[in-house]
Write a protein that binds this ligand. Sequence first.
Ligand SMILES: C[S@@+](CC[C@H](N)C(=O)[O-])C[C@H]1O[C@@H](n2cnc3c(N)ncnc32)[C@H](O)[C@@H]1O
Length: 264
Amino acid sequence: MHPTLSPPGIAFSRQSSHFDDEDTKNPVLQRMRQQIYQHVEQLLRPSSDILELNAGTGIDALYFTALGHRVHATDISPGMVEQIGLKTQAVNDKITFQQLSFTDLDRIQERSFDFIFSNFGGLNCTDDLKKVTVHFPALLKPGGHVTFVIMPRVCPWEIAGLIKNGRKALRRFHRGGTIAHLEGAYFKTYYHSLRSIRNSFDSRFRFIKSEGLAILSPSPHTNNFPQRYPRLDRMLTQLDHRLRNHFPFNRWGDHIIVTFQYTP
Ligand SMILES: C[S@@+](CC[C@H](N)C(=O)[O-])C[C@H]1O[C@@H](n2cnc3c(N)ncnc32)[C@H](O)[C@@H]1O
């Protein structure tokens, strides 16, 4: 293992070899990804150049290249980046990859992108999103978009579990972040309100929209809820679809999808 690797880098590297298996088997994660793709595909122009932050094993990078886009996939964990390399040999003219923290994006040279994408809470590993967004003007073409899929402070599904799960249900409200435990490693996770996400972008970026993801329907790590209660699960998912674009549900959920446009 890399001697100076950060705790999230160590944890996610350990998770990398079985990450895809857990993702594919989880129906909640699968439907969340579908909602994210719908959101992003409304904004992507044909043959876009995408910069992906915290790309994990490259699941989304492969999805977007199959649609004809090019992706530069970055992640801090060597294990994750290795998985991207293994999977993408067949499409290597469309995917490039780099082991890189999203706070060091100045190490990407001479590239400009139509889209910057960060999926599934990688950005919850930082308490200061400005350390990431500060690099965007140098990387984005004018008119380009940024989409973050990030864990907000309010998750109604988790709060509803207050009686069963006690204080854990309120973990997102801790100001200084909470300790996450993954694969034997501990690291801090920070939850970001829509307001703090918006404040991390300067005036050259226009807020486009935000939508809630898994608001009243179960979070991905709720054991087998869709299999045990299929009718209730369907009802809650339909309700989410009706509510997800409306205040305050567009800023609540297990994650939220937030998009900005670069308008210098
Ligand atoms: C929950 S995984 C999501 C992976 C991928 N986006 C997906 O949707 O499958 C979070 C990812 O964030 C990455 N990550 C954490 N901190 C990071 C940082 N400072 N810079 C870049 N990636 C980071 C981890 O290595 C991990 O791959």
